[in-house]
Ligand binder design. Structure first.
Ligand SMILES: Nc1ncnc2c1ncn2[C@@H]1O[C@H](COP(=O)(O)OP(=O)(O)OP(=O)(O)O)[C@@H](O)[C@H]1O
Length: 244
């Protein structure tokens, strides 16, 4: 197995406030981690601890200020815009809490859009096969607005997979779903993480979801304060230091 991501001493600050109240807030304070192919890793931590910022920096959606991030062997920090979009196009898929589907496009068009934008058109056989794999075979012509939240998230997973993404980044993928749809979506992410050529990196508040991962990273105040192997929700809660 190779490494999907090797990050070292990643730092990121944001400016907050206006005028004389303007100040810099350090959100990531030296994060180092390694994520292997064939691994599913959860990132948990209190609200505001920097989880989403870390996910976006690792994926190149947000620019880290300092440190090194190698994503599938390509340096992401300080990469220029076109190099970054090539890295993302070639290696990365995203699943967001809010699905981020385009309402005016049908399912097949949504799934194939990133690949088409990347100049790598996919055939309807390929989109059909990936939709089949997420349980949406035959739904190609449906519009997102006519589907349940769980179905829309499965379209988003299909979209993340169709470009053969090596790393799927998921930000609260079950946050807007009922528990049954959430379990289905998590099962799919778990299956992706079981593929020895792929990794899943998931930010979640749902500790049952986090417990499906091979590894759990606990973030607090912009630092990884604990790293655990596969753990129960209760163990993760304890590691987070949340009083019961
Ligand atoms: N673009 C931005 N501009 C300014 N501040 C930001 C920006 N993005 C995030 N922050 C701040 O960085 C901190 C960490 O945010 P982040 O969303 O990474 O945390 P989180 O752990 O994912 O939180 P949550 O669990 O509530 O989603 C917060 O204080 C947030 O307000």
């Amino acid at each position: 197995m190779g490494s999907a991501i090797i990050a070292s001493n990643v730092r990121k600050s944001f400016c907050a406030g206006k005028g004389r109240a303007r100040r810099s807030i350090e959100v990531l304070r030296g994060v180092s981690l390694r994520i292997e192919l064939g691994e599913m890793v959860s990132i948990v931590g209190p609200s505001g601890s920097g989880k989403s910022t870390l996910l976006y920096c690792l994926s190149g959606l947000e620019a880290a200020d300092e440190g090194s991030i190698e994503l599938m062997g390509r340096q992401v920090v300080k990469a220029n815009r076109s190099a970054l979009s090539k890295i993302r196009r070639d290696h990365v898929g995203f699943v967001f809490q809010s699905y981020n589907l385009i309402p005016s496009l049908n399912v097949e068009e949504n799934v194939s859009l990133p690949a088409r934008l990347a100049g790598r058109p996919v055939t309807s056989e390929q989109t059909g096969a990936v939709l089949e794999s997420v349980g949406l075979g035959g739904r190609e012509k449906d519009r997102p607005g006519d589907m349940s939240g769980g179905e829309q998230q499965r379209v988003a997973i299909a979209r993340a997979l169709v470009g053969s993404s090596d790393v799927v980044f998921a930000d609260e993928p079950t946050g807007a779903l009922d528990s049954k749809s959430g379990r289905e979506v998590l099962g799919m992410l778990r299956t992706i993480g079981d593929d020895s050529n792929r990794s899943v990196v998931m930010v979640t508040h749902d500790l049952e979801a986090a417990s499906l991962a091979d590894r759990v990273l606990v973030l607090r105040d912009g630092r990884i304060v604990c790293e655990m192997g596969r753990s129960s929700a209760r163990e993760i809660l304890e590691a987070m230091g949340v009083p019961r």
